[in-house]
Design a protein around this ligand. Structure first.
Ligand SMILES: C[S@@+](CC[C@H](N)C(=O)[O-])C[C@H]1O[C@@H](n2cnc3c(N)ncnc32)[C@H](O)[C@@H]1O
Length: 174
């Protein structure tokens, strides 16, 4: 997908992610920092990513965030360290996504396995190619992943035949 098309497809949901965060925000899989401009003024963003190269690009583009190279499966923060946690298109690439969900109010903008069977079957057929090519999983049932990690799912907004989800969740108290 060209970056122009994906920006167009995602811009309104990126804005929704921005509207749902507050305070000190952990952005997991920060990448080159595309999400940063969608967050409101006044939030402090901590961006973590496994790729030093991605964060280097974010740094060069002056993304206003504290950047740390870190594996999302081994987050070095205590639970409740953040007011919000945002996942933008990263649970599809993290090998064990359930390990990457810490305690806090959360929002996930992800591409997922569609709830529509014909679409899901196409995704299943394409998945081995995309995993081999980009280590990107097109068949993840991300709402289930999030629930199994202990998050109470508050809302799921689906678009583009259910291939994209905006999931808002709440971590259990304590
Ligand atoms: C598709 S990019 C999304 C980047 C950005 N969040 C955005 O909205 O465009 C996925 C990002 O997740 C990062 N990532 C993959 N596995 C990771 C892991 N185990 N820990 C931390 N970051 C990871 C990748 O390096 C990449 O920057």
């Amino acid at each position: 997908m060209s970056s122009g098309i994906s920006s167009w497809l995602l811009a309104s949901r990126r804005r929704k992610v921005g509207e749902s965060v507050r305070g000190t925000v952990l952005d997991v899989g920060f990448g080159t920092g595309i999400s940063r401009e969608f967050y409101p003024a006044g939030v402090r963003v901590v961006g973590i990513d496994a790729s030093r190269g991605m964060l280097e690009v974010a740094r060069r583009s002056r993304a206003d965030a504290d950047l740390l190279v870190m594996d999302a499966e081994r987050l070095a923060f205590a639970d409740q360290s953040f007011d919000s946690v945002a996942f933008n298109l990263c649970l599809c690439t993290i090998p064990d996504p359930e390990r990457a969900v810490p305690g806090a109010p959360m929002v996930f903008l992800e591409h997922v396995r569609s709830h529509l069977l014909p679409v899901a079957l196409v995704q299943e057929a394409l998945n081995p190619i995309l995993v081999a090519w980009q280590a990107d999983h097109f068949n993840r049932r991300t709402v289930d992943v999030v629930r199994r990690a202990g998050v109470e799912v508050v809302s799921v907004e689906r678009w583009l035949l259910g291939v994209f989800n905006l999931i808002v969740g709440r971590a259990p108290a304590g």
